[in-house]
Design a binder for this molecule. Structure first.
Ligand code: GDP
Length: 204
């Protein structure tokens, strides 16, 4: 089954400590507390995979997970998921934010095995500076991006659809590589759709 069997590989403070830059990987980014860990756990069907926390600003790392080998274009690959540290939340010290801003920037620019970005956004909060930065990077480099509007269980179906429509409007006309969907880890909404999206990115 899609994205099952993910395993922790390593945690890194710098991109130089990540697994060798070969094969294919998809990165997950989001402001702290957006619901990224919960989303990763839901997608991989592994409750304890990424640490969820009610205290944003805990020690931050880039975490690499490996998936079991899959055939991609006739080649057997062990794809990776990379959990990027979230920041943008006030409690993360400025120095740490600056460090991660530089590392994430370098990662997005340099990582050749990076196939796409999954951006986790709390559906109740419009795009913040961090989210805009990520999207703008994807638009500029044509890196495919898939946005999960998460915690959709906090809104009515109608409100959620409106938020999705508003987000899609903000994708520039020249960003054919950006997609978005409604998601909820708690209510199990959009999980299969998101798995398919990640697999599509890995096959890109
Ligand atoms: P991260 O900091 O982005 O990794 O966020 P977490 O996954 O740790 O989630 C932050 C908080 O939001 C936790 O209290 C979660 O229980 C909560 N949360 C995460 N996803 C959802 C969701 O889909 N619905 C609701 N209602 N709460 C969620």
């Amino acid at each position: 089954r899609l994205l099952q069997g993910a395993q922790f590989v390593l945690a890194a403070h710098r991109i130089s400590q990540l697994p060798a830059d070969q094969g294919a990987e998809v990165a997950f980014a989001g402001r702290s507390n957006a619901g990224k860990s919960s989303a990763l756990n839901a997608l991989t069907n592994h409750k304890g995979l990424a640490r969820t926390s009610k205290t944003p600003g805990r020690t931050q790392q880039m975490v690499a997970f490996s998936l079991p080998p899959t055939q991609i274009d006739g080649v057997s690959l062990e794809p990776r998921l990379i959990d990027l540290p979230g920041y943008g939340y006030a409690k993360v010290p400025l120095e740490m934010r600056e460090h991660w801003k530089l590392e994430i920037d370098a990662y997005l620019h340099q990582r050749r095995s990076l196939r796409g970005l999954v951006l986790i956004v709390d559906i109740r909060h419009p795009l913040k500076e961090f989210d805009r930065m990520m999207l703008e990077f994807c638009f500029a480099t044509q890196l495919p991006c898939h946005v999960l509007l998460t915690k959709a269980d906090k809104l009515s179906r109608n409100q959620a659809m409106q938020a999705l429509a508003a987000l899609r409007k903000q994708f520039a006309d020249n960003s054919p590589h950006a997609t978005a969907q409604i998601f909820s880890s708690s209510a199990n909404t959009g999980v299969d759709e998101a798995r398919e999206a990640v697999m599509t990115l890995l096959r890109t």
